[in-house]
Design a protein around this ligand. Structure first.
Ligand code: GAP
Length: 486
């Protein structure tokens, strides 16, 4: 969660086959759960002690390029300023991250509804939210080498990391991170529009629409996944900080007296979500913000942090935003944004608990967490040990040879699997190399069609992590894989 301190941004913006804790939760979740499990796992400070392995970063970035996860954007024109395109495998990974979030946050719950709000919005929205005035980072220029830096992210605020000179920075000036454009053909003040820097405001400005048109009543949430844009001064660390990225945010509207309990509930839920999807517990921590980091309207914020190769860094922020947003939009729009309880005749402005995650950043963390190397029969095996929900392909069909008597039925089998699972098919190179390729894609199961398959109508199913193989009748493969990935 971007913090609110002087000189920094002020607006807040596994195992493969286990059943997730989300799936086991009761349908009626209106009562916050008891003790908060994550507090026991939390590290006390924001320090980057015990940083992850720096070599891991290069290895993962190389693999993502080599295997079609992520490409630099506009690469044939020399690339474009820290923007990235998700390739044929990366788009599957990213979709799976978003789908896993949506499943937990919307599909499995009876108290959260979805929304897909517009990316372009008028200045009044951002005036009300405070972004126009406050969504800024402190920018400094080095007068020696002309490099630009975000002051609050420098290890030494007096030394340029590019040329090493000291005392060469200009006075910091506040730089607004919102992308400005014009709606319509004329570039005049009346046509100014902004690309949203967070999805959250879409939920607040649709609060009245949602309560008027659905059956929700507090406590309830509105969830959204979508692109956000920030003109970051120093994008970097691959897709960790980019100017165009995807967020997964949920605004949970509660009675003011219950806000604290729901805040703890959502800290707990969100921390557990990462564990349930294969993040190792020793690479994950919850870091409550220090009081001087809190924004003026927040009575509590905690970040879910992952141990990236450069150290602990934010994946998601959970904030208790109070009634700030609804009150601001009510004031600026003139609409009543409150809850009317017909039974008691009471009116009150809900408080908001916000779990705000980055989809692209989380996909990168899943890649880092999944990457593994081991020695198998004297050779290095690289494997992405993704949870099956996150894995781009769930299964790959591999005929043992390129002979048509095998490729024909193997293609038929792949066609039978496709309605049920995202399925790859590969008939090139030796079977060993093809297994290694699927290991690098993180595919949990490979199904090999060999010459015996023509006789016994069975195939070999190979599990990615153990590399164990078992023979399964062709007619049972779909059910078998379904059970393994339940
Ligand atoms: N509505 C609250 C909000 O936007 P935030 O901490 O600024 O809070 C939420 O953003 C999440 O969005 C972050 O935890 C991070 O995962 C992701 N995020 C923010 N800026 C990003 C960027 N420039 N590139 C990639 N992800 C970003």
């Amino acid at each position: 969660m971007t913090a609110a301190v002087a000189g920094r941004r002020v607006v807040h913006g596994t195992s493969a086959t286990t059943v997730s804790a989300q799936d086991r939760l009761p349908v009626d979740r209106r009562t916050p759960r008891g003790p908060v499990a994550w507090t026991a796992m939390s590290a006390p400070s924001a320090s980057n002690d015990g940083a992850g392995s720096p070599e891991l970063f290069d290895k993962v970035v190389n693999l993502t390029k080599r295997r079609g996860f992520v490409y630099p954007s506009a690469e044939i024109y020399g690339g474009f300023r820290s923007t990235y395109d998700y390739g044929p495998v990366g788009v599957l990974l990213l979709r799976n991250v978003k789908e896993a979030w949506w499943r937990s946050m919307v599909q499995l719950r009876d108290d959260v509804v979805g929304l897909d709000a517009s990316i372009l919005s008028p200045p009044r929205v951002w005036e009300a939210s405070g972004h126009l005035a406050n969504f800024t980072d402190p920018l400094v220029d080095c007068t020696n080498c002309n490099a630009r830096w975000r002051l609050d992210k420098l290890d030494d605020p007096d030394q340029c990391p590019n040329c090493g000179k000291r005392g060469t920075f200009t006075e910091p000036r506040q730089f607004n991170l919102m992308f400005k454009t014009h709606a319509g053909p004329v570039e005049e003040a009346a046509a100014v529009a902004y690309l949203r820097p967070e999805t959250a405001q879409g939920m607040f400005i649709n609060f009245k629409n949602v309560i008027d048109t659905t059956r929700v009543r507090p406590p309830f949430g509105i969830a959204q996944i979508g692109k956000s844009f920030r003109n970051e001064i120093t994008p970097g660390n691959f897709v960790f900080r980019t100017r165009e990225f995807e967020q997964m945010e949920m605004e949970y509207f509660v009675h003011p007296d219950e806000a604290e309990r729901w805040y703890e509930y959502w800290c707990n839920e969100r921390f557990q979500w990462y564990l349930d999807h294969g993040m190792p517990a020793d690479k994950l921590r919850m870091r409550p913000h220090d009081p001087d980091e809190l924004s003026h309207y927040s009575s509590g914020t905690a970040d879910v942090e992952f141990l990236f190769p450069w150290g602990w860094d934010e994946l998601e922020g959970v904030a208790n935003r109070g009634d700030y947003d609804l009150t601001q939009h009510a004031k600026h729009s003139g609409e009543r944004l409150e809850w009317y309880d017909q039974a008691t005749g009471e009116r009150w402005v809900p408080h908001v608990i916000e779990p705000a995650a980055g989809a692209t950043r989380t996909a990168m963390a899943f890649l880092m967490a999944a990457y593994d190397e081991e020695e198998v029969r004297g050779e290095k095996r690289t494997v992405l040990r993704f949870h099956h929900r996150i894995a781009p392909y769930k299964v790959a069909v591999l005929p043992l040879s390129k002979k048509p008597e095998l490729t024909g039925p193997a293609r038929e089998l792949a066609a039978r699997l496709r309605p049920h699972f995202m399925c790859d098919y590969d008939e090139t190179q030796s079977i060993g190399r093809r297994y290694r390729r699927q290991d690098e894609l993180g595919t949990p199961y490979c199904v090999t069609f060999d010459f015996d398959s023509l006789e016994d109508r069975a195939v070999t199913v190979r599990e990615r992590d153990s590399m164990e193989q078992e023979r399964v009748p062709i007619d049972e493969v779909v059910d078998h894989l379904r059970e393994l990935m339940a």
